[in-house]
Every structure is written in structure tokens, then in C-alpha cells.
Design a protein around this ligand. Structure first.
Ligand SMILES: NC(=O)c1ccc[n+]([C@@H]2O[C@H](COP(=O)([O-])OP(=O)(O)OC[C@H]3O[C@@H](n4cnc5c(N)ncnc54)[C@H](O)[C@@H]3O)[C@@H](O)[C@H]2O)c1
Length: 452
């Protein structure tokens, strides 16, 4: 270990001294992390769901909420209430519930706070939140405070303070707040997870996850995400959507289960692509011509874990790029990388070339072996949406802990605000708070792997 490569402990000590010296106005995460360690908290790690067939409500029935609903109904989820500020969206969603043979759910459409009316009674057990990012934290916290478990869409919450707020609220209310990170349930991701945990890649060293998806047309449309997501690019410069690529890599590495994210450094390229796109596609005088985009077109972040592993996380939604989440994991004995899926093991062949993963089908996750046919028929990102919701229902119905808990939601979400802080400080490192307050050290294997 060189002087340039501090251990997490030495780096944290040095950074804490630097932070103490910094002005009170500067962005700081270490004191918050420190303050959280001082009081006793009842952890939500491995706390089972209350065993029941949950009565489910959805908030947000746009593109994602409607798709979740279809998968939920296919998995026999009992949907009792729906909420969206647009009445036509709830009506359409209600028609899907009725078509699935269930009674018409109660509808809540009276403005942006009508979810509060919906969640105040005792007739809902589990809430799925698929609203724009700025609503996730408030809606999740309200749901937990009113006795409901909650599952929020990606990218979870958007500030470090909200990461702590969902953790604290979950611990205080004893209700779960998980993130619906569907990519953790992909066929390749669950297969590679089992291979990694079986030691096939040797001691893990590094990984990479990304969200490389050309969303320019959607973000400049007059519906769905076009109505709110482009605006996020006028506010913050960093990785705005980190969890699709990161979640699976965190699972391979056992983050929060014997390791944790230590610190992050982040760099953004300059921004050009939205400017160029609107010049080609909008009329002069269109109000969108006055927007000023600050999110760099490509953000690249590097995370170092407490055990010394590294993770690269990339984000671009504004450039011409074929869809790619990279999904790479490497160790002392081999490497897997997706898009396309390929694998290489030490000494596998003389020309050091990749091979297909077809020979490793025996590692297919039991969830996919059992439910894969239905999952691919129902659809939803190649079937992973169905597998995720089937598994969530299984956990609640059988009274198991969730695979991904509030500490995962907080740590994975934290990448966005910490990348923004790092970019704004010339790519200086930012420390991750330890949302588990030390408990990551005792916990060893992810629940999805144990299910195997
Ligand atoms: N996991 C995935 O693969 C995936 C895919 C797409 C979107 N998402 C996430 O899902 C969420 C929703 O995205 P989307 O594409 O469906 O966007 P969308 O704009 O199509 O849908 C959002 C819906 O929320 C409603 N809404 C807004 N404020 C509300 C409020 N206060 N109360 C009730 N309803 C409200 C809107 O009317 C709209 O119908 C986002 O967090 C997004 O990042 C995840």
C-alpha cells in the first residue's frame, strides 16, 4: 500500500481533520456519518416482513408504475388502491386490476398530496412508489410512518440527508423501505451472483456498472419522463442514475455484507449533447431553448470499498450510445462482462479470448429456473421485473427479510449526491456514511444468494 493509496481508516481520519478545518458552509458528509454513530439504533438488518398476503397500493401510474402493476398482477399481487395526480392514469390502471379478476381498487387523484389520504387508514400493507425522483423520500417516509412497508423506484432518494431519513424512519417505525432495483434480478446478474459467491472468480478485485442509455427523445418529449427528468439535468452535475449498474456489482461484492462502500471520486465530461439535440429538434422560441444543462454528458465515478475493491460507475443518457449496463466483475481467477455476456477464466484457452456463458447454465438462479418461463412471457426488461416482484411477494407472504433493505437503498442512492459533491470539488474524494453503523461487518451473504 503506497502513500497515495490510503486505507479507509487512515483516509477517513485525514478527511475528518480536513473537514473540521473546512468552513461550515462546505458540503460535508463525515460529520453527519459520525453523529449517527453516537446513539443507539435498532437495526432493520435481517428483520422479516410481517407474514401476510399484502394489500398493495401504488403511487405513480405513469410508464413505470403501469408496468410494475402488470407484473404485480401476473404474480398474483393483491392491489387495493391506486394514486396518481392524473385521473386517467389511475382509471387505466384500475381497468388492468379489474381485467385481472380483482375488485376495482380505490382511486386517489386529488392532487399531489392525495397519497396521504390513501395511506392514513389501516387497509394497506405495502406501497410501491413510482413517481418522479423528488417525491420518493416524502412518500416513502409518510408510508412508513403510517405503518406500511414501502418499495421505492430507482434511483431511491437524491440527498444524503434523505438517505439518513429513510434509514432512521425505517428503524423507528420497524417498517421496511427497499429500492426496486430490478437489475439485481436479471438472468445474468443472478447467475453471476451465484458463481461469484461460489468462488469461481477467486478473490474479487474490481467491477463496473453503468447506465448508458440514449434517452434524448424521451427526455425532450411532452409526456412521461419528458415532463420532469430533463429538469434534473439543469440542477446537478454527477451520476444522476447510478443503481442499475451498481446494485448487481454491490451484490457480487457483498456490500453491506462483510464490505461497504468507502469513498468515491467522480468526474464529469463537459455537457454538449442536449444543446445539440434541441438545436436540431426544437423550433426557435421554444421555452426549452432557454434551459441551461449542467449535468456532464458522461459521468465516471470510482468507488473504493473498505476491503480494497474498486468499482467504476458510469452514466450517460444524453449521448448516442447503444444500451449498456456493463455489469462486470473480476477477481484473481476470472472475469465476467455483459453486453454481450462473456466470461474468461484463468488458463481457459491459449489465446486469452472470451467465451460464452452458455456452459454455466447450471448456475441459473432457482427463481429463474422455476419462474423464468412466466417471467419472459410477461416481459418487463426481459423478465427481471416479474422475478423481482414475484420475489418481493414471496418474502412478504413467507415472512422473510427483504433481499434489498433500507441500508442498500441508502448506500446505492448515496452515489448520486456524493458524485455531485465530488465533481463540484474538482473530483476530490467523498466518504460514504456507514448507514449500517458498523453492522455490515457481521453480515456475510445476500439473501438472494442464500435462496439458492
Ligand atoms: N426500474 C426501472 O427499470 C425504471 C424504469 C423507468 C422508470 N423508473 C423510475 O420510476 C419512476 C417513475 O418513472 P416513470 O418513467 O414512470 O415516469 P412517469 O412520468 O411516466 O410517471 C410518473 C407518474 O407519477 C405521477 N405523479 C407525479 N407526482 C405525483 C404525486 N405527488 N402523487 C401521485 N402521483 C404523482 C405522474 O402523474 C406520473 O403518472 C422514476 O423514479 C424512474 O426513475 C424505473
Amino acid at each position: 500500500m503506497t502513500m497515495d493509496e490510503p486505507t479507509l481508516e487512515s483516509w477517513t481520519r485525514r478527511r475528518f481533520v480536513q473537514m473540521a478545518a473546512a468552513s461550515a458552509a462546505s458540503i460535508s458528509v463525515a460529520p453527519l456519518a459520525h453523529a449517527e454513530g453516537e446513539t443507539e439504533h435498532r437495526t432493520m438488518i435481517d428483520v422479516p416482513f410481517e407474514k401476510r398476503n399484502p394489500r398493495i397500493a401504488l403511487i405513480g401510474l405513469g410508464g413505470r408504475g403501469t408496468s410494475l402493476l402488470g407484473n404485480l398482477l401476473a404474480a398474483d399481487g393483491q392491489v387495493v388502491a391506486l394514486c396518481d395526480i392524473v385521473p386517467a392514469k389511475t382509471e387505466h390502471a384500475a381497468s388492468l386490476v379489474v381485467a385481472a379478476g380483482q375488485p376495482k381498487p380505490r382511486l386517489y387523484t386529488h392532487g399531489p398530496h392525495d397519497y396521504e389520504t390513501m395511506l392514513t387508514g389501516n387497509d394497506i400493507d405495502l406501497v410501491l412508489v413510482a413517481t418522479p425522483w423528488s417525491w420518493h423520500a416524502e412518500q416513502a417516509i409518510f408510508a412508513m410512518k403510517h405503518g406500511k412497508d414501502v418499495a421505492i423506484e430507482v434511483p431511491g432518494v437524491t440527498t444524503i440527508e434523505d438517505c439518513w431519513r429513510i434509514v432512521r424512519t425505517s428503524e423507528e417505525t420497524r417498517k421496511h423501505c427497499m429500492m426496486l432495483e430490478n437489475c439485481c434480478y436479471g438472468y445474468n446478474e443472478t447467475l453471476v451472483l451465484r458463481m461469484a459467491h461460489d468462488g469461481l472468480f477467486g478473490d474479487l478485485l474490481y467491477g463496473e456498472g453503468a447506465y448508458l442509455h440514449d434517452l434524448r427523445k424521451i427526455l425532450f418529449s411532452d409526456e412521461g419522463e419528458g415532463l420532469w427528468r430533463r429538469a434534473e439535468h439543469t440542477k446537478r452535475n454527477g451520476n444522476l442514475y447510478p443503481t442499475h449498474g451498481l446494485g448487481p456489482v454491490a451484490n457480487y461484492m457483498g456490500i453491506q455484507r462483510g464490505d461497504r462502500f468507502g469513498y468515491i471520486v467522480s468526474m464529469s465530461s463537459r455537457e454538449r449533447s442536449f444543446d445539440e439535440y434541441r438545436k436540431e429538434h426544437l423550433q426557435p422560441g421554444d421555452p426549452r431553448m432557454a434551459e441551461r444543462y449542467v449535468t456532464g454528458d458522461m459521468n465516471t465515478s470510482l468507488i473504493k470499498t473498505a476491503n480494497g475493491l474498486t468499482i467504476t460507475v458510469k452514466h450517460t443518457v444524453s449521448t448516442p450510445h447503444p444500451y449498456d449496463r456493463v455489469n462486470m466483475i473480476a477477481g484473481t481467477k476470472g472475469i465476467f462482462q455483459d453486453y454481450p455476456a462473456r466470461i474468461y477464466f484463468d488458463g481457459q484457452n491459449s489465446d486469452e479470448s472470451w467465451e460464452s456463458i452458455d456452459a454455466w447454465k447450471k448456475y441459473a438462479h432457482p427463481l429463474w429456473q422455476r419462474e423464468g418461463g412466466t417471467a419472459t412471457k410477461i416481459g418487463g426488461h426481459g423478465g427481471m421485473d416479474y422475478i423481482m416482484l414475484y420475489r418481493l411477494l414471496q418474502c412478504v407472504k413467507e415472512g422473510l427479510p427483504p433481499d434489498m433493505d433500507v441500508y442498500d437503498a441508502a448506500a446505492w442512492s448515496a452515489v448520486a449526491p456524493l458524485s455531485v459533491s465530488s465533481v463540484s470539488r474538482g473530483s476530490q474524494p467523498e466518504e460514504f456514511p456507514d448507514f449500517t453503523r458498523g453492522k455490515w461487518q457481521q453480515r456475510k451473504v445476500s439473501a438472494i444468494a442464500m435462496q439458492a
